[in-house]
Design a protein around this ligand. Structure first.
Ligand code: NAD
Length: 459
């Protein structure tokens, strides 16, 4: 019998007011495993009211006390690592080995790091001298910046690293004294549901963290447009982010948007190729290519391209999809049947446009999967060469295990290809030339450029 999840409002698990639920489907099997509240604007309003009521006391709780409670949450996440990783793997289809070494440890770090930061936090002051400001009174002085909690924060998160990305919002918000209403992705709700019990156990006061499950266009939109939520933090797709940005602009809400990527991974002729190859493969296929920072466009200097592609294809062919619950599995399922269809439609388009599919290019044959997984959403690691860099496959985010190849002759060509999409989230370059590394990194229009590595970062 499948489990029924609840919302979490004012410290209590509650059913959605409408009594409506969505089916939660396990991507690795295609089976319904739980029912998720299909919450509406009334549920969101109840959660916002609980958060607003908690604001006066939480925002004036001494930082050291907030920090102690948040540290306890971090410790409880660590103590429940196995249970949380199993739930994360089950909801997403990602290998449990990935969830237990990336998602859940990083979740604990989110709490621990922001609990520590709030204790050491400081502000700025700016002095000015007598006579230094024309037209002002002839006095000196200083300005200072006072950081104050803003009120209820609405936090909306995606499915690819569900608990890690949601807690990356919860931890800084509550550390700085702001209560939150969270709207986790409706396709991966279980770990945020488990987190609610850990919050109570850690001693978070009722109303400081509230969880409302449901669809984006109903529960998510009600949170974005709620008049008593002055701050929205969203991680997800670019089209939804654009809509949220407009709605927040109309209401003069403060809004943070972490959106999609189509990230270039550039390998120059002078690169350390034995280091670049496994990094490029990991950047293409980690979490089945469902990380916003994945290097989905591989740009290769023409002198090394053929050899590099040959090895990458071997790598992709050896990456065997398997049951995400098996600790030995390195490559799991895509997040659901609809997402698999989207990924496959891009591969079909690539073929129609004359692209050469050198590895993968199809869903995994059920005969190659364990019995439990025959109805699951498994797609082969895919390498595609020979597309025009301006075509849709090269321009739009696929968000699956699909990497495309482009070749360049000069540094200028590499930079033009790297910058040749509307995205600008991240990039990677591999070169042994220090001058080239820094000059190319500076010319790539991306928020984050890795040099000779990928996904190396700190909070
Ligand atoms: P999505 O935009 O479909 O959904 C993200 C969240 O927004 C979900 O909780 C969803 O229910 C909610 N939502 C959808 N429509 C909404 C609306 N109208 N109003 C309010 N909320 C709404 O994204 P997804 O498919 O869950 O996640 C994949 C996307 O997330 C990819 O584009 C990926 O690149 C991006 N992503 C970005 C980062 C980053 O840090 N930049 C990290 C992870 C994922």
């Amino acid at each position: 019998m499948s489990e029924t999840l609840t919302n979490f409002i004012n410290g209590k698990h509650v059913a959605p007011k409408s009594g409506q639920y969505l089916d939660l489907v396990e991507p690795a099997t295609g089976s319904v495993i739980a029912r998720v509240p299909d919450s509406n604007a009334d549920d969101v309003d109840a959660a916002v009211k609980a958060a607003a009521a908690a604001f006066p006391a939480w925002s004036t709780t001494p930082a050291i006390e907030r920090s102690r409670i948040i540290m306890r949450i971090g410790a409880l996440v660590e103590a429940n690592l196995g249970r949380l990783a199993a739930a994360e793997s089950r909801d997403t289809g990602k290998p449990v080995s990935f969830a237990s070494t990336v998602d859940i440890p990083r979740t604990a770090t989110n709490f621990n790091a922001f609990a520590a930061m709030i204790i050491g936090s400081a502000s700025e002051f700016h002095a000015f001298e007598k006579g230094g400001v024309p037209g002002a009174l002839d006095v000196g002085g200083f300005n200072y910046t006072l950081r104050k909690p803003r009120g209820v924060a609405g936090l909306i998160s995606p499915w690819n690293l569900p608990l890690h990305l949601l807690t990356w919002k919860i931890a800084p918000a509550i550390a700085t004294g702001n209560p939150v209403v969270c709207k986790p992705s409706e396709v991966t709700p279980t770990t945020s549901h488990i987190l609610c019990d850990l919050l109570n156990e850690a001693g978070i006061p009722p109303g400081v963290v509230n969880m409302v499950h449901g669809r984006g266009q109903t529960a998510g939109a009600a949170l974005v447009t709620h008049p008593d939520v002055p701050t929205i933090s969203f991680t997800g797709s670019t089209p939804v982010g654009k809509w949220i940005g407009k709605e927040c602009g109309d209401r003069l809400k403060r809004c943070s948007l972490e959106l999609g990527g189509k990230n270039p991974f550039v390998v120059f002729a002078d690169a350390d190729l034995p280091a670049a190859l496994p990094t490029a493969a990991r950047a293409a296929f980690a979490n089945q290519g469902q990380i916003c920072l994945c290097g989905s466009r591989l740009l290769l200097h023409e002198s090394i391209a053929d050899e590099f592609v040959k090895h990458l294809v071997t790598w992709a062919n050896q990456l065997k999809p398997g049951d995400p619950a098996d600790p030995a599995t390195k490559f799991g399922a895509l997040t659901g049947a609809a997402h698999l269809e989207k990924v496959d439609s891009f591969v079909k388009l690539a073929r129609d446009l004359g692209g050469r599919v050198l590895a993968g290019g199809a869903r995994v044959d059920p005969a190659d999967l364990p019995a439990r997984c025959k109805g699951g959403s498994f797609y082969q690691p895919t390498v595609i060469d020979g597309l025009d860099p301006t075509c849709r496959v090269e321009q739009e985010e696929i968000f699956g295990p699909v990497v495309t190849i482009q070749r360049f002759k000069t540094d200028d060509e590499a930079v033009a290809l790297a910058n040749g999409t509307a995205y600008g989230l991240a990039a990677t370059i591999f070169t042994r030339d220090l001058n080239r590394a820094h000059s190319v990194a500076a010319r790539i229009d991306a928020g984050l450029v890795w040099i000779n590595c990928w996904m190396v970062r700190d909070l």
